[in-house]
Design a protein around this ligand. Structure first.
Ligand code: FAD
Length: 388
């Protein structure tokens, strides 16, 4: 039993996900990481077991569970040594369709997503020249008859090669014709296979983590008008809506990572003998691990608070952002404590610490950087003057 093991209301889900993950041990994820591959067999197994359809309502073939349960699934994957980043997009992208899609769109896509026939793993928001300043994005979608014609460019768009569908945010009304810059943006469902034949080009970006991500170029890409999700011009609000779920799920992944680091550091500190005693007997080794554990436990409480608010349809922007920030910081501190505890062996791939260290570092930058969360709390929660 892991040092950090405790039981809670989600024990059944935890045990079932762990049982599935047991078929995909460290060696599996290490090999995928070395080969810069995609954990296809793992994602298939998760899909077949129904875990990726957790938040799809039962009437569309899913299990109709809440964000709390979905977050436990993501946490357990990372806690078992895997990387939910290969597949977490499906959990939150589907929410956009569920909340803002028409009945016809939901009936068309959701049952096929729930069964695994279709994957909705991709969301294209970030652009190279505007970055976090999302409302300035330059990709344009212009309505011509029964189609929208898209021109522009995106960057860091993940999992396109392992997805059938992608949610795209583009400007439909020029920025000088709207009252607020957040208006005039719209979201579309893009059928990836057909877009690749008619105006969309994808170029993979080699990166520090094994996170499949890409530059995307649109040149006169035609999207059927019926693929517009919700009302034209309101896409930015729809995207923001989905971000609270995304942040809370990523927080849970960081918590899973954090517990993994603490477990590995504790186990190693107990068994590694230097100067004729376990290194874990030295307080210089103990304290960073103890501190990391406390930070993760605290972030874990904020994660469940965000889930509780989200699942009861209350506003949870502050809690989702705080959970993401606290968890990402805690998992990074735990990663540091773990690699330090392992000494030189922390750098050897076969211990998996360096892989998880790289993986958890991402979450201080994506899907939203730590500074932007601090600025949200300072300005939107505490009412301090706006800096931008
Ligand atoms: C592996 C990976 C996968 C990704 N997947 C996706 C995806 O699937 N879809 C998608 O749309 N995007 C994706 N992203 C993009 C990600 O969301 C962005 O990288 C992130 O939001 C930061 O934006 P940026 O890189 O443009 O940084 P920038 O906006 O250029 O910011 C750079 C730095 O400056 C800081 N900064 C900027 N403005 C301010 C300010 N006013 N005050 C204080 N600090 C500031 C930021 O905090 C940051 O640290 C991914 C990124 C990575 C690395």
């Amino acid at each position: 039993m892991a040092t950090t093991e405790r039981s809670d209301a989600y024990q059944e889900i935890r045990e079932a996900v762990r049982a599935l993950c047991a078929d995909f041990p460290d060696e599996y994820f290490r090999k995928i990481d070395t080969e810069r591959g995609y954990p296809e067999a793992f994602v298939d197994a998760l899909t077949k077991a129904g875990w990726l359809a957790a938040m799809i309502p039962e009437e569309y073939g899913g299990s109709g569970l809440g964000l709390a349960e979905a977050s436990v699934i993501m946490e357990e994957i990372n806690r078992c040594g895997g990387n939910a980043g290969a597949t977490h997009g499906q959990m939150y992208n589907m929410g956009t369709l569920l909340r803002h899609g028409s009945e016809a769109q939901k009936a068309q896509y959701l049952p096929r997503i729930a069964s695994g026939e279709l994957r909705l793993q991709s969301m294209a928001v970030t652009e190279p020249t505007t970055g976090t300043d999302t409302t300035k994005l330059k990709t344009r979608a212009v309505k011509k008859g029964d189609r929208y014609v898209v021109n522009g460019q995106k960057v860091w768009i993940s999992r396109i090669q392992h997805s059938d569908l992608m949610i795209l945010l583009a400007r439909t009304t020029a920025v000088d014709q709207v009252k607020k810059r957040s208006e005039g943006l719209s979201i579309f469902m893009v059928d990836i296979a057909s877009a690749l034949k008619s105006g969309m080009t994808v170029r993979p970006i080699a990166n520090m983590v094994n996170h499949e991500t890409n530059e995307v170029f649109f040149e006169e890409l035609e999207i059927p008008a019926e693929n517009l999700i919700g009302e034209e011009g309101k896409g930015f609000t729809y995207i923001l809506d989905g971000l609270n779920a995304e942040r809370t799920l990523i927080a849970a992944e960081c918590i899973g990572d954090g517990y993994w680091f603490v477990d590995r550091a504790t186990a190693y500190a107990k068994q590694r003998i230097v100067f004729d005693r376990p290194i874990g007997q030295n307080q210089g080794v103990q304290f960073p691990i103890a501190q990391a554990y406390m930070n993760i436990r605290a972030a874990d409480l904020m994660r469940f608070r965000a889930c509780e608010l989200f699942d009861s349809h209350q506003s949870c922007g502050a809690e989702a952002n705080m959970a993401k920030h606290l968890a990402a910081t805690a998992s990074w501190e735990a990663a540091n404590a773990c690699i330090q505890t392992h000494g030189g062996f922390g750098f050897a791939s076969e211990y998996d610490v360096e892989r998880k260290f790289r993986e958890t570092r991402l979450y201080q930058v994506a899907p939203i950087s730590t500074n932007l969360i601090l600025s949200y709390i300072a300005e939107h929660v505490l009412g301090l003057p706006r800096s931008f």
